[in-house]
Design a protein around this ligand. Structure first.
Ligand SMILES: *Cc1c(COP(=O)(O)O)cnc(C)c1O
Length: 390
């Protein structure tokens, strides 16, 4: 059975072009890019090209790009550097719906380091309460971190507007753009962000490579202290193979952006329309008007998300409930909870996240699998009677 992969917000297939680009550097060209000899220099040249390719995706300069080990490291490095810049300031701000890489870090800073944390709430469509965000800012606020796009619902936050309001008060602004990259245009200059995180494995590069954009001139304190790599902003010999792959992936992401916003969006919209039409008591989570083009979070009343996923899995369909990081726990995700999604549909929520590798035939196979699956689960559900939720 051929697998249908619709879990691209969890991780993506490494593009064949990316593998081709990396392979020689995994084998033959193993030099250290910092070495004086020509053999290492060849690798160094390729790493420089990759830095340029990454910068081009987000309209940055190459020396504003710091390679890290993952999106999580980028998020942590950004916040710790910001706190180091303002050691006397003890207030930090974020949203209630961040990825654990920010959410858990902020909770840790509150619990272990005594920071005063504002977790800005969202409304039932996942839209940020901007008045509350701006109202929370004081002369004690060191940093605001708000994601560009939500990994579970795909909801987009108005990062440009927030950044302007935050930075004009002398407060640092970081955004986690891991899910936005390759799906919506990112321009760090127009958005005027201080720091921005990316992750390779969400954009068809391998796992274990991340990026932190650090605005030129911004004071930056390294998180990993060691050698002079990354201009002293992150010690440790570069993951040259993954960096080279990420460069290629960024070049492809830029080329494929129009495709994601036409073909992929059409597939997502088709899947959504068909499911809403064919399955009663189903609802879309998030803001349909302002959402990533590839993401569909959809709740089915009176069934369990985990059961849906198991049955889809038997048909070779990979989707997700909540986020991969929260599965294994029985609570609905903190994102759906923050949106006050009613428990009856939050529990039965699953996420499809598509890529340009998906096809219409795959969407039809998902629909053909899911419609009878929900019907069957509802026949067994104590919360469903005579075609209605009880
Ligand atoms: C996946 C993800 C991360 C973490 O990236 P890793 O490279 O897996 O550490 C951070 N933020 C968001 C929004 C993500 O989707």
């Amino acid at each position: 059975m051929k697998i249908i992969y619709t879990d691209n917000n969890a991780t993506t297939k490494v593009a064949d072009e990316v593998i081709r680009e990396m392979t020689p550097f995994l084998g033959e060209y193993y030099g250290n890019p910092s070495s004086m000899h020509t053999f290492g220099g060849q690798v160094g040249r390729k790493v420089r090209l990759a830095r340029q390719q990454v910068a081009d995706l987000i309209n940055a300069e190459p020396d504003e790009i710091v390679f890290t080990s993952c999106g999580t490291e980028s998020d942590n490095a950004a916040i710790f550097s910001a706190l180091n810049t303002f050691p006397e300031k003890k207030h930090i701000v974020t949203s209630k719906v961040e990825h654990p890489a920010i959410n858990q870090l902020y909770k840790h800073l509150k619990r272990e380091k005594g920071y005063d944390v504002t977790f800005v709430p969202v409304d039932s469509k996942g839209r940020l309460d901007l008045d509350l965000l701006y109202g929370s800012l004081t002369d004690q606020t060191a940093v605001v971190s708000v994601m560009w796009a939500n990994n579970e619902t795909g909801v987009l936050f108005p990062v440009e507007e927030i950044s302007k309001k935050v930075t004009e008060k002398g407060i640092l602004f970081h955004t986690d753009a891991v899910q936005a990259a390759g799906k919506v245009p990112i321009d760090v200059k127009a958005a005027n962000v201080d720091m921005l995180s990316l992750s390779g494995h969400k954009i068809h590069a391998p796992k274990g490579i991340g990026v932190l954009y650090v605005k030129k001139g911004l004071k930056f304190t390294p998180y990993l202290i060691g050698g002079h790599q990354e201009q002293g902003r992150r010690g440790g010999t570069e993951n040259t193979v993954a960096i080279i792959g990420l460069g290629k992936a960024c070049e492809l992401a830029k080329e494929n952006l129009p495709l994601v916003n036409t073909k992929v969006k059409e597939l997502r919209d088709y899947l959504q329309t068909q499911l809403l039409e064919k399955i009663p008591a189903a609802s879309v989570n998030g803001d349909p008007e302002n959402r990533l083009p590839n993401t569909l979070s959809i709740g089915f009343d009176a069934v369990e998300g985990e059961s849906i996923l198991l049955l889809l899995d038997r048909d070779g369909i990979c989707a997700s409930s909540g986020s991969a990081c929260t599965s294994g726990s029985l609570d609905p995700s903190h994102v759906l909870m923050a949106m006050d999604v009613p428990l009856k549909s939050a529990h039965g929520s699953i996420r499809f996240s598509l890529s340009h590798y998906n096809t219409k035939a795959e969407m039809d196979r998902i629909i053909d699998s899911l419609v009878p699956t929900i019907e069957r689960l509802r026949q067994m559900s104590p919360f469903w009677k005579d075609g209605k939720v009880v």
